[in-house]
Design a binder for this molecule. Structure first.
Ligand code: 13P
Ligand code: SF4
Length: 305
């Protein structure tokens, strides 16, 4: 079956089942094309919570669909590829976090949403790349444990010098690979370009940035900035919408490593199959869900950066 036909079939079945199709900004172009909503982690959790639709097909990675299931247990949340995980989320477990907390009594645990429900359940508050600094500032404690991304953690620490920040040693294997020489080369090749970058990149890379933001923050920056060229320091899936929404502007990816294999797993056939079979469904044990929801709700109550 050709791509257009497959897309039509998915749209029809989604309409018949009154499903909301959600896709993260890194998903394949053909998936983003048929999604009702595309966005960053924060926007997608909010949309999944506020929709009246009882069926959500979440094209993204496991922790994102899990956040939707935590926030809206009455809804059916489907993740078309059960094997779409996030290696960074797997770098911390609830048990290892409990040990870490014991070593730092009195510290507040601020956990990036790129984490499991069990880890969120051990946390005081969650954050995403688009609200991390505001979340850190909103916490009363003077000492923060920033879990699990050391790069996002060091970015937060640089923005909230009034707090003592201790970072977990996790990282995104995609963003962490971007090299300073690659960014310098892109800047030399495109001297007029502005460099926008995701805070999961290393601190030396962030130091070269004109703008540090979440994936959705990049759409906003590209649309509102008078610049005509942008070097994009994040996963390549973001290019589809950047180019569609800004046809007169040029977007340069400085490195071929910026592809998240997990985000690329979901294909149209997977989306169709999951709507047909209503599997794989994401659920969270109630005792963990309630505790994890507390940390997500606290985050959602914080005004955005
Ligand atoms: P955003 O919240 O910016 O969409 O980032 C999610 C993510 O996984 C980045 O690697
Ligand atoms: Fe996880 Fe990195 Fe992929 Fe984002 S880009 S989902 S942090 S592995």
């Amino acid at each position: 079956m050709n791509q257009k036909k497959l897309q039509q079939q998915i749209k029809q079945l989604a309409a018949d089942k009154n499903a909301l199709l959600i896709a993260h900004n890194y998903e394949r172009d053909e998936i983003q094309e048929i999604a009702d909503i595309t966005g960053d982690s924060l926007a997608l959790s909010i949309e999944a919570q506020k929709t009246d639709k009882q069926l959500i097909v979440f094209c993204g990675v496991h922790f994102m669909a899990e956040s939707a299931a935590i926030l809206s247990p009455e809804k059916t949340v489907l993740l078309p590829r059960a094997d779409a995980g996030c290696p960074m989320a797997d770098m911390v477990t609830a048990e290892s976090l409990r040990d870490f907390k014991k070593q730092h009594p009195g510290a507040a645990v601020v956990t990036y949403v790129n984490s499991s429900a069990a880890v969120k359940a051990e946390s005081d508050i969650c954050c995403t790349s688009s609200n991390a600094v505001s979340v850190a500032r909103s916490v009363e404690a003077k000492k923060l444990l920033l879990i699990p991304d050391r790069n996002l953690g060091s970015y937060i620490a640089s923005q909230v010098p009034e707090k003592e920040c201790i970072c977990w040693d996790g990282y995104c294997p995609v963003h962490d690979q971007l090299k300073i020489e690659e960014v310098q080369q892109a800047k030399a090749d495109h001297p007029e370009a502005l460099f926008m970058v995701h805070p999961e990149c290393q601190p030396e890379i962030l130091a070269l940035a004109d703008h540090i933001c979440s994936t959705s923050g990049m759409y906003e920056f590209a649309a509102t900035s008078p610049a005509k060229e942008f070097i994009v320091g994040t996963e390549m899936g973001i290019l589809w919408r950047l180019r569609k929404e800004n046809p007169a502007k040029e977007f340069i990816v400085p490195s071929p490593v910026l592809i998240c294999p997990n985000m690329k797993l979901t294909g149209l056939k997977d989306v169709l199959r999951c709507l047909e079979t209503m599997e794989p469904r994401i659920t969270v044990a109630e005792d963990i869900r309630v505790k994890a929801k507390r940390a997500l709700d606290k985050m959602l109550a914080v005004p955005r950066d």
